[in-house]
Design a protein around this ligand. Structure first.
Ligand SMILES: [Zn+2]
Length: 622
């Protein structure tokens, strides 16, 4: 159970023609900060979708997970307006509300509003806010809004910031960033037309028809930190029950009628993913999980909210490529753990939700589908989640460190390539250092220790060090805190007879066939970049001998010397393919053949996939 800092009671009325909501919100806040609080910041996320807001400004400059708004259209306009704001016992403070821009000072940005209270709230005390607000949803952007008669209601109510690390943490809404909120209890009434099919976070408590052709559906959620909902008159629901470790979980799949034949696929991957998460990381404690197949062509696919995720079977990455629904469902379900329960600061530490989730996605998809087969298998080539991660990282490896605020990345591609892909590659490489089993134990310990809290980077890294019993600072300082690039290459090899000076014209061929000729051989290995990593090198000889060399990787280059009755055939760095952070795998090996070619088969579609991935990443925000 969480600390339940907040209790939101919201009564919302949806106007499906105007895509608006009028609502009242009673927020009861429990001051567990240990000090008196005299001001409270609130997020008003929907105000991001205005032409001069920071979100739009950044999306135009550096890209976004959405189709960038190249041309402003009024349908993208969103707004979240506080009509009245009362602090119980302190009166109506509506006129005291002040927009603030803590991150970039953009005075046109109205995504954070601050309220100073005449009387501070004592430590341990409760304060109650009574707010009336009006929402205008945009046509879907950043996984909220409408498309035709569909609505995904995300980030739609005034939400208080988080007191974290001794200060209020309430960032503006940025083009790359997601969210951060305190755990608590939600009681939400949604009044919508009777013909709508409704889905939402939490448990449906009741549904009552009103006399004006509307109905009021009530939801309750415990120990969640956000509340999202959806309506469409066309959803077809498929229901199931999963027997979880903490009791039955009601599964609901809200499908587009045209995708009804895929409902079973959605359910099956959900069950398999739940199996893995419960077995490997810990129990799923909630009573429900709703999986939404959103309106086609909406920017509502691939999103996580507590106990509520959106998939998207027609979710095209670049044109012509269908991302398998299994990929999206697995990924979004993973966020129930890495975001939903282990609720890290998505503004500042995006890698801790997206990157850790990508890592567990690789592990689980490898387990379900087999390694290297989940993503591109329909094109006659295979590239699992592992390969995809590597490619995504390789293209932006020198641009940003992992430990960076999400809104300070160079570009959206860099944000995606580093927070998702480099993190996954970093954790996969870590398995090679501490062992796969130890890594799994560390992930389990991290989940069990920090579920229902807001852990920091160091909480995660120290858990890994503690469980493995190893000091890993040398690695974390480069891979997590630094932007060092890892690239080792076999530069050169040679094998020459030691008695080369005895050679005479015409006898060379004869000598080469002589099994008694002794060769002096060398292999030069080069650290091309600034990331220092111990590496193994496997050297093969033409008599079948094989030698494994270990190098600490510290100097710029090293040389291995051999004197044998055999010539070198090949040398390969990292022969067990444990170092996923190596940016360029194609210089890792060298053969003595006339036409040297990489030992790894993946080379053939390298160019093709690289191109595809760079497009893919610009879409990637799932
Ligand atoms: Zn994600």
């Amino acid at each position: 159970m969480s600390q339940r800092v907040v209790h939101y009671e919201i009564d919302a009325h949806y106007d499906e023609a105007k895509h608006t909501v009028d609502a009242t919100e009673v927020l009861t806040y429990h001051n567990l900060t240990g000090q008196a609080l005299d001001h409270f910041p609130f997020h008003l996320y929907l105000n991001a979708f205005q032409p001069k807001a920071t979100w739009i400004r950044e999306a135009k400059n550096a890209g976004t997970r959405d189709e960038v708004i190249d041309k402003w259209e009024s349908k993208f306009y969103g707004a979240e307006e506080i009509k009245s704001f009362e602090v119980v016992g302190q009166g109506d403070l509506t006129s005291q509300l002040q927009f603030t821009q803590p991150d970039d000072g953009n005075k046109e940005d109205k995504t954070v509003v601050d309220i100073h209270l005449p009387k501070a709230i004592a430590p341990g005390a409760f304060v109650q806010f009574k707010i009336a607000f009006h929402d205008q949803f945009p046509e879907t952007l950043a996984r909220t809004g409408w498309k035709r008669d569909f609505l995904l209601g995300g980030q739609w109510f005034p939400k208080v910031g988080v007191w974290w690390q001794g200060a209020w943490n309430c960032h503006q809404f940025h083009a790359f960033t997601e969210f951060f909120a305190d755990f608590g209890v939600y009681d939400v009434k949604l009044t919508v037309p009777q013909y709508e099919v409704v889905g939402a976070s939490g448990v449906e408590v009741s549904s009552v028809d009103n006399t004006d052709k509307t109905k009021t559906v009530t939801y309750h959620g415990d120990d969640i930190h956000d509340f999202a909902w959806t309506v469409s008159p066309r959803y077809r629901a498929r229901d199931g029950v999963y027997q979880g470790q903490m009791g039955p979980i009601k599964l609901r799949f809200l499908m587009q009628p045209a995708h009804w034949d895929q409902a079973e696929r959605h359910e099956s991957i959900t069950r398999e993913t739940l199996d893995h998460f419960e077995k490997w990381y810990g129990p799923y404690p909630y009573k429900t999980l709703t999986v939404v197949d959103p309106e086609p062509d909406s920017a509502a696919g691939g999103m996580e909210y507590p106990t509520f995720i959106t998939a998207g079977t027609s979710w095209f990455a670049p044109k012509g490529f269908l991302l398998e629904p299994e990929e999206v469902v697995e990924h979004e379900f993973g966020h129930q753990y890495w975001y939903g329960m282990v609720a890290t600061n998505e503004f500042e530490d995006a890698w801790m939700d997206e990157g850790i989730n990508e890592y567990t996605q690789v592990k689980i998809e490898d387990s379900i589908f087999g390694p290297n087969t989940s993503v591109l298998n329909q094109w006659g080539v295979t590239a699992g989640e592992r390969g995809l991660q590597h490619l995504g990282y390789a293209s932006v490896a020198d641009l940003d460190p992992i430990a960076q605020k999400a809104y300070e990345y160079y570009s959206f591609n860099s944000y995606g390539g580093i927070t998702y892909a480099k993190t996954a590659s970093t954790l996969l490489t870590l398995e090679g250092i501490i062992g796969e089993d130890t890594m799994q134990k560390a992930m389990h310990a991290y989940f069990m220790r920090y579920r229902f809290t807001h852990p920091t980077k160091e909480d995660f890294l120290k858990t890994i060090e503690e469980v493995s019993g190893k000091d890993l600072r040398w690695y974390f300082n480069q891979a997590i805190y630094g932007s060092q690039v890892l690239d080792y290459e076999v530069i050169r090899m040679s094998s020459d007879p030691t008695n080369w000076y005895e050679e005479k014209k015409g006898k060379k061929k004869e000598k080469e066939d002589d099994k008694n000729v002794v060769y002096q051989s060398y292999v030069w290995v080069h650290r091309k970049e600034d990331f220092v990593m111990p590496v193994e090198v496997e050297v093969k000889f033409d008599n079948g001998d094989m030698v494994r060399e270990h190098w600490d990787g510290k100097s710029r280059w090293t040389r291995f010397d051999y004197e044998k009755k055999a010539k070198i055939v090949s040398a390969e760095i990292d022969p067990d393919h444990k170092i996923h952070l190596d940016r360029n795998n194609f210089n890792n090996s060298h053969t003595m053949e006339a036409n040297p070619k990489p030992a790894r088969k993946v080379g053939n579609y390298w160019l093709f996939v690289t191109q595809w991935v760079s497009q893919f990443l610009s879409w990637w925000g799932i």
